[in-house]
Every structure is written in C-alpha cells, then in structure tokens.
Design a protein around this ligand. Sequence first.
Ligand code: FAD
Length: 417
Amino acid sequence: MKKYSVFSLARNALDYHENWTEAWRSPEPKPEYDVIIVGGGGHGLATAYYLAKEHGITNVAVIEKGWLGGGNVARNTTIVRSNYQLEGNAFFYEKGMDLWRDLSQDLNYNVMFSPRGVINLAHNDAQVDAFQRRGNTMRLNGIDAEWMTVDQIKKKAPLLNTENMRYPVYGGLCQPKGGTARHDAVAWGYARAADDRGVDMIQNCEVTGMRIENGKILGVETTKGFIGAKKVGVAVAGHSSQVFQMAGMRLPIETHLLQAMVSEPVKPALDTVITSGAAHCYISQSDKGELVFGGDIDFYNSYAQRGNYPIIEHVVTAMCELFPAFSRLRLMRTWGGVMDMSMDGTPIIDKTPIDSLYINAGWCYGGFKATPASGWCFAHTIAQDQPHDLSSEMRLNRFETGHTLDEKGVGSTPNMH
Ligand SMILES: Cc1cc2nc3c(=O)[nH]c(=O)nc-3n(C[C@H](O)[C@H](O)[C@H](O)COP(=O)(O)OP(=O)(O)OC[C@H]3O[C@@H](n4cnc5c(N)ncnc54)[C@H](O)[C@@H]3O)c2cc1C
C-alpha cells in the first residue's frame, strides 16, 4: 500500500493526481476463508482490520451486499463520546475514545476526529440531578466530564437560545474530549488498512443463506455462490434480524428508521456538539460548514432506508428553537438509515448458540462512536472464541438471565433507546 503523506501528495501532484493506486482491491471470493465478516459497515471493517492487526488472522473476507460504507456508517450524525454511567458501557466506550484519538495515524487515513466537546443540555431540575450524577460517575471512572452553567454554555455556543424557549436551559453536562469524526472516512480508512494486511473486500455480494451442519457453521450462501469459512462474524446493523433468521435465530432486536439532515454550508457558527433530549435534537457543524442535525427515530418498524416528513418537521422545529438564527438557512439534504434497536439499548457482541457463528448487533442510536471499540472486542471474540472483558456485559444471554444493561432505565422499549 502506498503511504499517504505530504510527500505522496506532492509526488502525485506532478502527474495531476492521475496515478493514485486504488484504495483497496476488488478480488473474486476464494472458496474458503478462516473468517468471513458479513457486512461492510464500520463495525465489520474495523473487526476485519483488528483480526489482521491484533490477532494475525489475515485470511479474511468482508462480504458486503452493496458498497463499503453505504450503510449507517456513512449516514450518521458523526457524534463520538463515552459519557456513560453504567460500568458495562463506560469502559467499553472509553476504550473507543482511546482508539479514536490515534485512529488517523494508525490507519494512515485522516478520519478527521475532532474532539470539540459534546454538551448534553439539561432543561429541568430532574435532568440537572441525573446529568450531574452521571458526570460524577464518569469522573470516578476516569472519563472526562464537566458541569457547565448556562453562562459557560452561552460562551461556548453564543447562538444557542437558552431562555426564550418552551424548556429553558438549566445547564449542561459536557464531555470535553468527545466530538465528531468524518463517518465515511472511517469506513474507507479501515477498509484500506485491512486490505493492506490481506483482507479481501467482496462488494455487491449479498449473503442469502447460512450453511449449518451439526450445530456448526460451514460458510455462507451468497449471490456469488457458496463461500466456506471456519468462522463467520455478522455485523449487519439494521439487517441483523433478517440475517440471523437465516441461521434460525430470533433476536431481541427491532429495526427502526432514523433520519438526519444538513443545512446549506455557512461560515463557522458552532464549534461544539449540542444535544437536547427534551427538545429531541442534536446538532454540530461539519468541516464543510453544513449544520448536521437529527432527532428521534420515526417510531415504526421498517427496512426502508428513508423516513417521513413529520419527523423532519419535528427535528427542524426543535433545531430552530435551540438556534433561532439557523431558521434562516435552507435545508440541503435529508436521509435515513435502518437502526438495530435492542431491548435494553445496549449492543450485543458475543458468540451464538451456533458453533463458530458470532454476533455484533443492537447499536441503536449510537454505534458510530463505538466503531473502533466494537471492532476491537468483536475481533477478540472471534479470534479467541470468548468475549472480551470490555464487552463482557454485552452478551446475548442477558435477555434470558435478566442482566440487561439499561443505561436510560426505560425498560424493554426499543423505540425509546
Ligand atoms: C441518521 C443516523 C444518525 C446516527 N447518528 C449517530 C451518531 O451521531 N453517533 C453514533 O455513535 N451513532 C450514530 N448512528 C448510529 C450508527 O450509524 C450505527 O449504529 C452504526 O453505523 C452501525 O454499524 P455499522 O457501521 O457496521 O452499520 P452499517 O454501515 O449499516 O453496516 C452494515 C452493513 O451490512 C450490510 N448488509 C446487510 N445485510 C447484508 C447481507 N445479507 N449480506 C451482506 N451485507 C449485508 C449493509 O449493506 C451495510 O453496509 C446514527 C445512525 C443513523 C442512521
């Protein structure tokens, strides 16, 4: 692989950038692999990369039904954070933050990680109590957290409306080292670095069935024929229920739609991430200048990668209430993704009852930030045939034993997580 650097940029400028090599190969599938990863989103690609890098397993294929990075990994609002209270989540997501910090150097690909701070606005006394308790727990766990007064928030985000709104702002919990990253660059960076270590990227190849004999998986049926594998890891996000149905498994997951949108680009106006659970809106500004924002899911089950107008109207209304000045901007694009909502809001990274078949699913609203930690732990689970310590509370059998990890405390209501 040619290293990306200022020198390679200058060298390629000499021939008008016409001779860059492809970022990854497009090979035909081999008859058999040591490991097949189903799903070329962020989690599948990160898993393939860490299998090769951390475990020396390079005879690996990533099988993607569309194109790499065509799913949620490149449809999200790019927020990266680890502001969790429960230990089963906190240390996992904080491992992710450690990986995010060095990811561009590790992958030799600029993922544009921007630790610009993430502020959760509190709009009533109960939220102030809950957020401060979470902030204190984060600090006890060694995770950065700061309580911000309204004046401090106003200083950080001068255009934010804190008083003349239905739910005035009482303060906010900030994770200063949280922020954003460039979503599709994350997929491309992992794909390129995994390819460099020998992983095959098989695009436009849908997994249509699983060959299982005597309780063990032998490979997958695909639109390019049968491909054998000693182990199969599935990381297909919103399509988890469909794919695991091929193995005869019914998952504690519902698929819902989540939309996001961007305004036309403007000069720098917001240099942090603002989220408001009460107003149902989260917003940041991309490096291109677009305001990137989203809100709730569409509240009905669907596999369609597009949503409906009422939610767009709801999110835009909330955004305009938080930032009245932005009401003068034009909306440039909206889109949707299919979300794998688990029953307790926590993901599943685990073995399955089928020998050598592994599951990575249930990412709800927050799987992008988890991409590096998820790949790290899933690669370990596949390579060692046992869960990683950091994801040990994210096991499938917690729904059987009742040991759910319900950060929000809203119970088994997937639409609420
Ligand atoms: C609008 C929106 C906003 C979001 N905002 C945030 C945010 O700000 N922060 C955050 O942390 N998270 C956010 N998320 C969630 C996050 O994007 C997802 O949780 C995460 O990307 C899911 O993991 P993934 O990247 O592997 O998924 P995907 O990119 O969806 O990858 C799964 C892949 O599997 C492939 N696939 C499916 N079925 C098959 C099959 N049968 N055969 C082969 N391949 C198959 C799909 O084509 C897809 O490419 C958001 C999501 C959306 C939709």
